[in-house]
Design a protein around this ligand. Structure first.
Ligand SMILES: [Zn+2]
Length: 229
């Protein structure tokens, strides 16, 4: 896992800007793990995918994350600052033969959903079917609900929540944190910043885009200061 250089950050933005979030997640993941095949990345559980994206975020933009949200009680705007380590629980290895639910002497085995499952499944029902490893014939309605619930809870990182506290009215609540949307917004903003810098330097010096992007960020900013006086 490594930080994204300027040229790759722009390619990620270019490939992902007209895609759905699930595909954007895979594009960012591929840039973060260039040694892994597309297939193996699509087969990471959502929790593992998000752990890699969080690590990529940390390396590219730092470990401090900030955001703004509204208090659901009094409507006050709240600025949040938290650390990547606050929301990254330790990853435990998933058992190779899947997870199991037992009830009334029956056992059903299933695996955790991954990006390929989420892209392929048209409904929750279909997602559930894809992840079942055995015991389709043993599923009663109640048992099915229990397996579904366990499937959702078994991946600790797949559903990250932040504990929030409003300084205005003291209301406490939990808000979901979506690393895919968060990181995509940052990559998109950084890509637009870079394109503006390329535009300014190309206009001033006649350099090509690749020449400008190959400069270190320190040099690029030194030239930008001179151009902007
Ligand atoms: Zn409040």
């Amino acid at each position: 896992m490594r930080a994204l250089p300027a040229t790759e950050l722009l390619s990620v933005w270019e490939s992902g800007h007209n895609r759905v979030p699930l595909q954007r997640a895979l594009i960012m993941l591929a840039a973060a793990c260039p040694e892994a095949s597309a297939d193996s990345l699509a087969q990471l559980t959502i929790g593992r995918r998000d752990a890699h994206l969080l690590a990529l975020r940390e390396r590219t933009f730092g470990s401090e994350l900030t955001g703004v949200t509204d208090c659901p009680e009094c409507g006050a705007k709240i600025e949040l600052t938290f650390n990547a380590s606050d929301i990254a629980p330790p990853l435990h290895a998933e058992p190779a033969n899947g997870l199991a639910v037992r009830a009334n002497g029956r056992e059903v085995r299933f695996r955790l959903p991954n990006s390929a499952d989420l892209l392929a499944a048209k409904s929750e029902e279909e997602l559930f079917e894809r992840c079942l490893l055995n015991g389709r014939d043993r599923l009663t309605e109640n048992f099915r609900a229990e397996v579904g619930e366990k499937m959702l809870c078994a991946d600790p990182l797949a559903d990250i929540h932040l504990a929030l506290n409003c300084p205005n009215c003291n209301h406490r609540w939990e808000a979901p944190f979506d690393i895919v949307a968060f990181l995509w917004r940052e990559i998109s903003a950084a890509a637009h910043r870079l394109l503006r810098e390329v535009h300014t330097l190309a206009s001033a010096y006649g350099w090509t885009e690749s020449e400008i992007l190959s400069l270190s960020s320190a040099r690029r900013h030194a030239y930008l200061e001179m151009v902007n006086g």
